[in-house]
Design a protein around this ligand. Structure first.
Ligand code: NAD
Length: 360
């Protein structure tokens, strides 16, 4: 039997994702669908302002159902999006979604500490799962989430919308094809000023802290630009508003070492507006600003510009993930990709707490 470290290594190094055909799930609907029904779980900011509007533009999926603990929200969404009563659930009766053929995918949009429970319940209900980033507060949670989806033969995709953006794919391509030689140094910053004072992002038990939130974008910037996994980290955390950030960090700086010798310096904060990625290669440079916005990511490099138009990032993400489910092809960002980040996030927290370098 593999111990935890070996199990993790096989997932991370192996890279391959088992892909389960949606036909297993859709058996009850007799014929293969070409448009999948999504139920959003948690109707907060991201579901309300971004995902539901995007689901009005998607071609391969639609907003089929909702799961909410607030009856007033259920009523409002029902009217606005014409959702039938039979597709509206609360957190108590959520598991009966197993019997609902309208729902093919459950999309978890809750605070990070709740992701594991709802991914497990969705997988056990036989539904494919989309889960927002950060995948979970711990590597152990991520491993449990991947396992339950495998055990129940459903697929798990993480909501890394940027990986579906052609502007991100272009800077990934430049690194991968070594257009300017090897990557030597990456600088990446992702942050915004959060004026809220009592949100889950400031609550440790709910999975708050800037590192899991905006920090994973900066980490993704470094991982995707180099195309490598970090082997060692150092990190420093700070808080300028200790009356608000009592339990979690407001700002984190972290430095990554990659196997090729590339280095990355990353910054993330709930107190500073920033969104940029800079890459220095052996024979050239690249700068994206913004690099992880909802729209208008753009940049330039030694020999050109990056500015692909994109109608709606979240619509593209959900359409591409649904197409992968329909055609039984690889997901762009499966659970294993979420795990890769959380593995580094854990090392960053350890480095920030104890000082020194933490090897991964
Ligand atoms: P939010 O606080 O606006 O919404 C959270 C929802 O969870 C609310 O509807 C709330 O009622 C519900 N909830 C249920 N139990 C709760 C509890 N015990 N405490 C707090 N809320 C509870 O948060 P959000 O900004 O919508 O974030 C939700 C998820 O989406 C997070 O994982 C976040 O990181 C992610 N997100 C992703 C992006 C992106 O660009 N991919 C952007 C924003 C948020």
């Amino acid at each position: 039997m593999l111990n935890r470290r070996e199990a993790l290594k096989s997932l991370v190094i192996g890279g391959a994702t088992t892909f389960f055909s949606p036909n297993v799930l859709l058996a009850s609907t007799a014929k293969k669908k070409d448009k999948l029904g999504i139920a959003l779980v948690g109707l907060g900011y991201y579901s309300t302002d971004l995902l539901a509007p995007a689901l009005q533009m998607t071609e391969k999926c639609y907003l089929a159902g909702i799961v909410t603990g607030t009856p007033e929200k259920a009523e409002k969404w029902k009217q606005k999006y014409n959702i039938p009563d039979k597709n509206i659930y609360n957190y108590q009766n959520f598991d009966t979604i197993a019997n609902n053929p309208d729902i093919d995918i459950v999309y978890i949009v809750l605070p990070p500490s709740m992701h594991k429970e709802y991914v497990i319940r969705a997988a056990k209900a036989g539904k494919h799962v989309f889960c927002e980033k950060p995948m979970a507060p711990s590597v152990n949670d991520c491993l449990a989430m991947i396992k339950v989806c495998k055990d129940n033969k459903v697929n798990l995709a993480i909501g890394y919308r940027c990986q579906h953006d052609p502007n991100t794919q272009e800077y990934m391509r430049i690194g991968k094809e070594k257009m300017y030689g090897k990557v030597r140094m990456v600088s990446c910053g992702a942050g915004y000023f959060d004026a809220r004072t009592t949100h889950w992002k400031q609550n440790k038990a709910l999975g708050g802290g800037v590192m899991g939130d905006m920090g994973v974008y900066a980490l993704q910037g470094a991982r995707l630009a180099t195309g490598e996994e970090p082997i060692a980290v150092t990190a420093q955390s700070s808080t300028t508003r200790p009356e608000i950030y009592k339990e979690v960090e407001e700002t984190m700086m972290f430095q990554l070492q990659f196997p090729s010798g590339a280095l990355a310096a990353c910054h993330t904060s709930f107190g500073i507006n920033m969104n940029y990625l800079q890459v220095n290669y052996e024979k050239g440079w690249l700068k994206m600003e913004p690099f992880s916005g909802y729209s208008g990511n753009k940049g330039s490099h030694s020999n050109g510009i990056i500015e692909f138009p994109l109608k709606n990032q979240q619509a593209r993400q959900m359409d591409e993930d649904c197409l992968a489910l329909i055609n039984s092809t690889q997901l762009i960002a499966p659970g294993e990709e979420g795990l890769r980040d959380i593995r580094v996030v854990e090392a960053i927290y350890q480095a920030a707490k104890n000082g020194g370098t933490v090897k991964i």
